[in-house]
Design a protein around this ligand. Structure first.
Ligand SMILES: NC(=O)c1ccc[n+]([C@@H]2O[C@H](COP(=O)([O-])OP(=O)(O)OC[C@H]3O[C@@H](n4cnc5c(N)ncnc54)[C@H](OP(=O)(O)O)[C@@H]3O)[C@@H](O)[C@H]2O)c1
Length: 337
């Protein structure tokens, strides 16, 4: 194999928003396959705000991502050679050791995907971890009832856009909070959200207008002071779901909720979750979501940015600047156009 393999490695623990010089591009030969090995040409890298949280120097030997390691982005691509009976050339797969053009593995971390059900880009978004996060966070923790009001932050992003749509499928009202009028219009006009508020305007006033019966479920992806404002509109027995806190991932100190006593006033509950706890139920959830997508009730959307593995930090910055609608993916040179 004469191809070269571009890889992205962590070179420094970023301070604030990740910069190009926090990373290093290395170039190696694509290794030959041993017995049982699978060679994948990666087509996409997943851009997730939370990846940033693993690039922190804990000083521990057990640190998950150490300097010099491959950047821990999710990847998806195509099997181009296989010595493993479980994989054939042409199979589309997700997973692998990190961000690089090619990966050679024993296949244990690869998941074969069914492209008859949905394209690879949807598997990395709506049917991937972000879609599953929306599904289980909302349905298992929020348990929305018909007529209830669900408010989701980061609403035009990968997780948020699925949350609002599933809320509507369950008969609840969906109100999204996002960072531009264009995103708000997308939520109401294209995804059918009942309301949307641009948090760069007057967030509390926008919430008062769009949640006349107050808020039964908050699905929070953003955190920070925005959550304080939303919690002023809680309804009795409401549920506040902590999915993540994108606004805090580049901050040196995390801002926690200031008005948590509203949980007492409104007999409300705040609960966080980690999607990996639901791994044994992914398949069933994916089938249900793919069914909704086929019926036209659930729309998947991705923002694809073309580039090489070295462009990953720049695309990460675009995500933090809110330049994505739906799931943000870096499309690598080998991907079909
Ligand atoms: N609990 C779990 O197991 C789990 C699993 C996966 C993901 N998550 C969490 O889900 C959340 C959403 O992830 P995602 O992949 O769907 O990301 P995303 O929403 O697609 O992208 C991030 C969005 O966050 C907004 N944003 C960025 N910086 C912000 C800031 N400082 N203040 C306000 N908004 C900001 C931007 O939208 P605007 O233009 O609207 O500002 C941006 O488009 C993350 O917090 C992630 O950690 C949790």
């Amino acid at each position: 194999m004469t191809e070269t393999n571009q890889q992205l490695r962590l070179a420094a623990f970023p301070k604030g928003v990740p910069q190009d010089n926090d990373f290093e591009v290395t170039i190696e030969a694509v290794p030959n396959l041993g017995d049982g090995d699978v060679l994948v040409r990666n087509h996409y890298a997943s851009i997730d705000p939370s990846t940033r949280t693993s690039w922190v120097d804990t000083g521990s030997f057990h640190q998950a991502v150490k300097l010099g390691m491959l950047v821990n982005a999710g990847t998806g691509g195509e099997v181009i050679a296989s010595n493993n009976p479980a994989f054939s050339v042409g199979d589309m797969v997700m997973g692998g050791p990190g961000l690089q053009d090619y990966s050679v593995t024993d296949g244990k971390t690869l998941q074969k995907i069914d492209i008859d059900l949905a394209p690879l880009t949807s598997w990395m978004g709506g049917l991937g971890i972000t879609g599953l996060t929306a599904y289980f966070g909302l349905l298992d923790i929020g348990d929305p009832k018909p007529g209830e009001t669900v408010v989701v932050t980061g609403a035009a992003g990968a997780v948020g856009m699925i949350v609002g749509q599933i809320a509507r499928i369950k008969g609840a009202r969906a109100v999204g909070i996002a960072g531009s009028d264009e995103k708000c219009k997308f939520l109401t006009d294209e995804l059918g959200f009942d309301g949307a508020v641009n948090y760069k305007d007057d967030l509390y006033r926008g919430l008062k207008e769009t949640t006349p019966d107050r808020i039964d479920i908050v699905f929070d992806n953003i955190g920070g002071p925005m959550l304080d404002t939303i919690m002023r509109r809680l309804a009795m027995r409401s549920r506040v779901i902590i999915s993540g806190a994108t606004s805090q991932y580049n901050e040196p100190e995390i801002y926690g909720p200031k008005n948590y006593l509203s949980l007492a006033s409104f007999r409300a509950r705040m609960e966080g979750f980690i999607i990996f706890d639901y791994a044994d139920q992914y398949q069933k959830a994916r089938e249900e979501m793919a069914g909704w997508a086929k019926e036209g009730k659930l729309i998947f959307k991705e923002t694809l940015v073309d580039g090489t593995v070295g462009d990953f930090p720049a695309v990460m910055r675009q995500l933090y600047a809110g330049e994505n609608i739906g799931k943000m993916l870096l499309r690598l040179p080998g991907a079909p156009r």
